[in-house]
Design a binder for this molecule. Structure first.
Ligand code: ASP
Ligand code: MG
Length: 423
């Protein structure tokens, strides 16, 4: 018997029929003797529907007063799905109670639409668990110190679930979703992609941050910080499958390096088209230049990813970096208006048609030659690499967008990810 947290995504909660299936599954776990806390998302499409209504009345505005109301509004989606799940559980003969974030309370800061959880009071939930109830806590939301309702950003229910699991020191947090685990890469691009039985939390973080959209990245950070064992698994298996089988399915995100000898060096290939490249040409090569360029970008709250500075020639150099595509035009304007005049430089060029492809694996820490194998593979495919960045467990390359799928498939093959891992 253990304290277990289940999280169900919007698709799993998408209709009353599906909610009934969730209830039957949760009831199975409760009847097996586990103390159950369930964190649901809103029914699929509901958050978009609500935010769409707001947009009909007023276009998106930066004003805090507007964002406050967006949170007030969007939080109702999870309130509805949570109450429906409690009703479904009760009709299965299981005692159940649902709470909105503010009732727990889940305290957050006051950054509307992207609030961060600061603390969770577990008294109420624990008391209910003690009395034998299944407790449902709304995902995606909390309350700030002035009792304003806040939300945690799109996909935030994952983070709610992990935070609740951390606060209750749950044995495991199971994220039920519409995919059956974490894959070596996106199966829509590489049909041979395989499900990973385990992936380390560091690898998951790299893959999530690079566009493997299985989990909200903040939930992975949270799980890492509080050492919450996290499992991603399918909510589309029949609810009455054997509990032990279900408990072992999906992908477990682990904290210790797997001590297996035959551990794969590269665990997965991540990719995205979310970035754009910007180059400032002919920059005087002297101290403070990187700060002048990137400091101004950072001050405008624009996140920079890959950075390259070339060797200088005649005291001048080229400086390139990538930003999110949404920030592309804004960054170019900012450089032209605020930065270039001070540097005596005229030329800034950019390219939004790029992609980033990364190989990820904790095995890269202890193996040499992994990056060069990647570069050889790309060269054999005739793909030009524009930028490279590395970390201990990842090598990323920036390429022309049109080569993205070709590169991902070739790398998946070269690193033997098509083959089942040695047991
Ligand atoms: N319902 C919210 C969203 O769609 C939160 C979530 O589902 O995790 O973003
Ligand atoms: Mg989600």
């Amino acid at each position: 018997m253990a304290l277990i947290v289940h999280k169900y995504g919007g698709t799993s909660m998408g209709s009353t029929e599906r909610i009934r299936n969730v209830a039957k599954r949760v009831a199975k776990w409760a009847r097996a003797g586990h103390q159950m806390v369930v964190v649901p998302s809103a029914m699929s499409g509901e958050t978009n529907r609500l935010l769409g209504l707001a947009k009909e009345l007023a276009p998106a505005k930066p004003a805090e007063a507007y964002h406050r109301e967006l949170d007030m509004l969007a939080a109702t989606g999870e309130q509805a799905s949570s109450a429906l799940l409690a009703i479904a559980l009760q009709s299965e003969g299981v005692q159940s109670v649902s709470y909105a974030g503010w009732q727990v309370p889940i305290r957050t800061n006051n950054a509307y639409t992207k609030a961060r959880i600061e603390s969770i009071d577990d008294d109420r939930v624990r008391a209910d668990l003690q009395s034998g109830k299944v407790v449902i806590v709304t995902g995606f939301q909390g309350v700030d110190e002035d009792d304003n309702i806040t939300t945690l950003g799109r996909g935030g229910s994952d983070t709610s679930a992990v935070a609740v699991a951390a606060a209750l020191k749950a044995q495991e947090c199971l994220i039920y979703t519409d995919v059956d685990g974490v894959y070596t890469t996106d199966p829509r691009v590489v049909p041979e992609a395989r499900r990973l039985q385990t992936v380390s939390f560091e690898e998951m973080l790299e893959m999530a941050s690079m566009g493997s959209k299985v989990l909200q990245i903040r939930s992975v950070e949270f799980a890492g910080k509080y050492k919450v064992p996290l499992r991603v698994l399918s909510s589309f298996t029949p609810w009455d499958i054997d509990l032990d089988e279900e408990a072992k399915s999906g992908t477990l995100i682990t904290f210790e390096e797997d001590e297996q000898m035959e551990q794969a060096i590269v665990s997965g290939i991540a990719f995205n088209r979310d970035e754009a490249k910007i180059s400032v040409l002919g920059v005087p090569d002297k101290p403070g230049i990187a700060y002048q360029i990137l400091g101004a970008v950072a001050d405008a709250n624009i996140e920079v990813d890959v950075i390259i500075q070339n060797v200088s020639k005649d005291g001048r150099t080229d400086f390139s970096f990538t930003v999110h595509r949404n920030d592309y035009a804004k960054t170019i304007d900012l450089l032209k208006e605020k930065v270039l005049p001070g540097l005596g430089v005229q030329e800034v060029v950019g390219d939004a048609k790029i992609c980033k492809v990364s190989i990820v694996g904790i095995g890269m820490r202890s193996h040499v030659g992994v990056a060069s194998k990647m570069f050889r593979c790309l060269s054999e495919e005739g793909i030009n690499i524009q930028m490279i960045s590395t970390s201990e467990i990842k090598t990323s390359v920036v390429l022309d967008e049109k080569y993205m799928e070709l590169a991902v498939r070739a790398l998946h093959r070269v690193f033997d990810l098509d083959q089942p891992a040695a047991a």
